[in-house]
Design a protein around this ligand. Structure first.
Ligand code: SF4
Ligand code: SF4
Length: 388
C-alpha cells in the first residue's frame, strides 16, 4: 500500500466533507423555509357562548386551520356560535391537532424546489439507467456521476425531500398525530415505483446521502475500483439487516408509543443542512462518513428505513443485475469487486439476496462481459458452477 495513496484518500475525504457542509449551508440559507417540526398540542380554551372567531383567536388557530376543523364555507361562518357545530371539547382538540400538524407540514415545504428536484431526478436517473444498460459506467464515470448527484440533489436541492425522509416522516406523522400527509405519500409511491422499475435505482444514483456515502467509499478504492486502498469490510447480510430491522421496529414503537422521532437528532441527511445539527448528531454523522470509507453505505445497510422497505420491493423489480452463465467463466472477479456481499449471494444462489445498488462495479470487473442490467427473472447458475 503506497503511503501517498493513503494520504490522498484522507485529503480528498476531508475536502469532500468540508465542501459539502460549507456549500450546503450557503444553499440552505438561499432556499430559506421553515423547520420541519410538528406543533406541540396545547390544551384548547373552549367556553360556552364563544363564536368560532373567538375560539380561533383565543387559541391562536389560523383561519385556514379553523376552516378545515369545522368545515367553514364562508367568512360569515366565523360569527356562528361554536356550539352550533356540535363538537365536544375532545373532538375539537383532536381535529385541531391534526389540522395544525397538516398545516405545519404544508408550510414547511418548499413547493418550488420539490417539483424541480423530482424533475431533475427523472432526467438524471433516466440518463444513468441508459449508461448502465450500455455498460458505459467506468470507475471514473461512476465517481463523476456521484459527484454530480451529491452537488445536484444534496448541496443545491438540499436534504428534503429524500427517499429516507418520506418513510421516516410518514411513520412519525401517523404515529404521533394519526395524520397522513398526501404529498408525502405520493413522493413515497414515486420512489418505490422507481425501485419497482429498476432495482433501487433511486438509492443507487439519486439519494443525496446514498451517493455521498458511495463516493466516500470509492475514494478509498484502487483505480480499477476492485478493492480498497485501505482495508474495506463486507458485513454479513444477516448482521446488517438484523440491525436494520431492529432499528426500524424500535423507531416505529417509540414513535407510536411516545410520539418521539429518534432518527431526527442523528438524521445523516442533515449533512446538507449542517446549521441544525447538534453536537451529538454532528459527531455521529461524522463517524458515519468516516465509516463509509471502510464499509459500503453503512447508513443504507444498517439503519435506513427506506433501505429496508426498498430492499423488500427490490425483490419484484423489473430490471436487475443478471449474469449470463453461458459465457461466465466462474472466476468470481465480480463477487470480489462487489462492494457488498450481493454478487456472492447471486452466484451462490443464496435464499436471501442483499440490497443490490446497481452500481455496475461487477460489470466492470467481469472479464467476459457476462453481467448486464436486464429485465426479467434472474438466471440461475448450473448447479456445479460455483461451490462454497
Ligand atoms: S438506503 Fe441509502 S440510498 Fe436509499 S434512501 Fe436510504 S440512505 Fe438513501
Ligand atoms: S451486484 Fe454488487 S457490484 Fe454488482 S451492481 Fe449490485 S451492488 Fe454493485
Amino acid at each position: 500500500m503506497e503511503e501517498s495513496s493513503v494520504v490522498k484518500v484522507f485529503v480528498f475525504f476531508i475536502l469532500l466533507v468540508a465542501l459539502t457542509t460549507v456549500l450546503s449551508n450557503v444553499s440552505t440559507n438561499m432556499w430559506g423555509g421553515k423547520p420541519e417540526t410538528l406543533p406541540e398540542g396545547t390544551e384548547l380554551i373552549v367556553e360556552g357562548g364563544m363564536t368560532v372567531m373567538e375560539f380561533g383567536s383565543r387559541n391562536n388557530i389560523p383561519n385556514p386551520v379553523l376552516k378545515k376543523v369545522l368545515g367553514l364555507e364562508s367568512k360569515s361562518d366565523l360569527q356562528k356560535p361554536l356550539a352550533s357545530f356540535g363538537q365536544s371539547r375532545e373532538q375539537l382538540q383532536a381535529r385541531v391537532d391534526k389540522a395544525a400538524a397538516l398545516e405545519a407540514e404544508h408550510e414547511s415545504k418548499n413547493w418550488v424546489k420539490i417539483p424541480v428536484k423530482f424533475g431533475a431526478w427523472f432526467i438524471f436517473l433516466g440518463f444513468v439507467f441508459l449508461m448502465v444498460r450500455k455498460g458505459k459506467i467506468t470507475p471514473r464515470v461512476r465517481k463523476a456521476l456521484y459527484v454530480t448527484a451529491v452537488i445536484l440533489f444534496g448541496i443545491i436541492l438540499g436534504a428534503d425531500p429524500s427517499p429516507m425522509g418520506t418513510v421516516k416522516d410518514a411513520i412519525h406523522l401517523y404515529g404521533s398525530k394519526k395524520v397522513v400527509f398526501l404529498p408525502r405519500m405520493i413522493a413515497l409511491s414515486i420512489f418505490l415505483f422507481i425501485v419497482f422499475l429498476a432495482n433501487k435505482f433511486i438509492c443507487s444514483w439519486g439519494c443525496q446521502l446514498g451517493t455521498l456515502q458511495d463516493l466516500i467509499f470509492r475514494l478509498n478504492r484502487n483505480s480499477k475500483d476492485t478493492k480498497g486502498v485501505l482495508a474495506q469490510y463486507k458485513m454479513p447480510f444477516w448482521f446488517s439487516n438484523g440491525i436494520r430491522v431492529s432499528f426500524f421496529i424500535m423507531f416505529t414503537i417509540i414513535t407510536f408509543g411516545w410520539a418521539l422521532d429518534i432518527i431526527d437528532p442523528i438524521d445523516p441527511f442533515k449533512v446538507y443542512k449542517p446549521a441544525v445539527l447538534g453536537a451529538v448528531g454532528g459527531t455521529l454523522i461524522g463517524a458515519l462518513l468516516v465509516a463509509s470509507l471502510f464499509v459500503y453505505r453503512p447508513w443504507c445497510q444498517f439503519f435506513c428505513p427506506f433501505g429496508l422497505v426498498g430492499w423488500l420491493v427490490e425483490k419484484i423489480s423489473i430490471f436487475k443485475i443478471n449474469v449470463d452463465y453461458e459465457t461466465c467463466i466462474a472466476c468470481e472477479a465480480c463477487a470480489k469487486a462487489c462492494p457488498s456481499t450481493v454478487m456472492e449471494a447471486i452466484l451462490k444462489q443464496d435464499k436471501t439476496i442483499p440490497d443490490c445498488f446497481t452500481c455496475g462495479t461487477c460489470m466492470n470487473a467481469c472479464p467476459t462481459g457476462s453481467i448486464k442490467l436486464s429485465a426479467g427473472t434472474r438466471n440461475k447458475p448450473p448447479a456445479d458452477k460455483f461451490t462454497r
